[in-house]
Design a protein around this ligand. Structure first.
Ligand SMILES: [Zn+2]
Length: 480
């Protein structure tokens, strides 16, 4: 390694023990610029603004100016973005009004983010680089941890992107292509509650409250909203009870329930009993968005372990740390708060949702739809998605310890042991085939997200299933 490289590593190590020098908004880069490639910096500023504007949920410079001058109203807000329209403008306006305010010193602050300072969008690039340079070329991850203590709107991605334009750290000036505009909700084409992921999870070696060895975890694909139910055991009876409680308390029954750790035959039988007992229509999905599922599970386990003592003592603390906190905080995967997306303002949502369910069911072969009857009367319906078409769902990229929201420090957390199985219950198994009577005649069913609703779907994706076989799907892709 060359001298400069060694020095930089030394400086980084040192920076862990010295005070961080917080950059100020508007602080000049001049004294550092002579060492940097100015062309790359200029390119970076342009790229950054373009990137910021592509990120949903981030204030643009124009919106920021309106807030700072207290001139924001629905009309001028509408003019700031072509994504806003008559149907969503009021909500957006109220959200902004509730969230941002100008303090006595004319500084814009984010109420939802511990009242930290909102950096003027056009100044973010220089602020981040200034922080990087004032602190001996500090790594972007570490830099972000310090910046977010003071600034509300400097995300991990922003920090990484801006630091990439330091010509000393990135001598060849190459940017990672996936860094461009990778912000969007990959499941925006699904409705809230269209697909819900369910797993049995055994978070600790000891039972919660001395009673609940497992928990049933649910996560909505579209909104990432999480629900949990405590489980005394993983018996079919307990599973049916928890699943019924969940389903019966939802505003509508999800179109598909997905799982990667539950035995499908078991899940089928449990759903069959629930469906007939309560006359419900339930669908079992076959999507193999394994990474999405893994990310959700490891995130939950991580957060419960962080608060292990409280969580072991109280189920409600598990709910708080595993579900409520994440449901109510900003999620960078979807650029929104899960709770807001779950009850989002998709126009005509209730009707569209049922229409979609009907369409999907109509396309299924008769053998994929099981009508449950009792004394000749229909008592609920179960339907099964076809495996091949389900592969058309995009999957998430793997998120390791950094996860989706940015509301906590990741330095002092217990490590996640990759070898620990997600679910240590004896019933854990990989996907098994649906019951043979049903699987024999599975027909293709087109359930890829509505092309009009998810324009981002265009590039081939490769999925890995639990058996590590690789599946390539022909026509799903993500716009980068
Ligand atoms: Zn650098």
């Amino acid at each position: 390694m060359d001298k400069l490289g060694e020095l930089k590593i030394d400086a980084r190590k040192k920076s862990k023990s010295v005070d961080f020098r917080m950059p100020k908004i508007g602080e000049s880069l001049d004294k550092f610029q002579k060492r940097l490639n100015l062309k790359l910096l200029a390119q970076g500023r342009l790229h950054f603004i373009k990137y910021l504007e592509s990120v949903k949920g981030q204030l643009t410079q124009e919106q920021f100016d309106l807030i700072r001058s207290s001139a924001l109203n629905q009309d001028n807000l509408m003019a700031t973005s072509d994504k806003l329209h008559a149907k969503n403008i009021e909500t957006k306006y109220l959200l902004i009004k509730r969230r941002f305010y100008v303090d006595a010193d004319n500084v814009v602050r984010d109420h939802k983010n511990k009242d930290t300072v909102v950096c003027e969008p056009e100044m973010i690039f220089d602020l981040v680089l200034c922080g990087h340079l004032k602190n001996e070329h500090i790594h972007w991850r570490r830099l972000h941890r310090f910046l977010k203590l003071e600034y509300a709107n400097i995300t991990r991605d922003f920090t990484q992107l801006c630091v990439g334009y330091c010509s000393e750290c990135n001598a060849d000036g190459r940017m990672r292509p996936q860094q461009k505009y990778r912000h969007y909700n990959i499941y925006s084409g699904l409705f809230p509650l269209e697909r819900v992921h369910v797993e049995i999870i055994t978070p600790f070696t000891k039972p919660i409250e001395g009673t609940y060895a497992h928990l049933l975890y649910f996560r909505d694909y579209h909104s990432r909203f999480v629900w949990m139910q405590p489980l005394k055991s993983d018996s079919a009876k307990d599973l049916a009870q928890a699943l019924s409680t969940f389903l019966l308390s939802l505003p509508r029954i999800p179109i598909f329930i997905e799982t990667s750790t539950l035995n499908r035959q078991d899940l089928f039988e449990v759903c069959e009993s629930i469906s007939s007992q309560f006359a419900l229509t339930i669908g079992l999905g076959m999507s193999r968005s394994v990474v999405f599922q893994k990310n959700g599970i490891s995130r939950l386990r991580y957060q419960l372990r962080l608060h292990q003592k409280q969580c072991l003592d109280s189920w409600h603390m598990c709910l708080k740390y595993g579900a409520t906190n994440q449901n109510s905080s900003y999620n960078t995967r979807i650029l929104a708060i899960p709770g807001n997306l779950l009850y989002s303002t998709i126009s005509d949502y209730a009707r569209q949702f049922e229409l979609k369910r009907e369409e999907l069911m109509e396309k299924l072969s008769a053998s994929n739809v099981v009508e449950l009857r009792s004394n000749g009367r229909r008592q609920g319906t179960l339907y099964l998605e076809d495996e091949a078409s389900a592969f058309k769902m995009p999957d998430e990229e793997y998120i390791s310890a950094d996860f989706e929201t940015e509301s906590y420090e990741d330095e002092d957390l217990p490590p996640i042991d990759d070898r620990t199985p997600i679910n240590s219950s004896p019933k854990v198994s990989n996907f098994t085939e649906p019951p043979s009577s049903i699987s024999k005649k599975l027909l293709l069913m087109s359930d890829k997200p509505d092309a009009n609703m998810s324009p981002e779907i265009t590039r081939p994706l490769v999925f890995e299933n639990n058996d590590s076989q690789r599946y390539a799907t022909g026509n799903v892709s993500i716009e980068l």
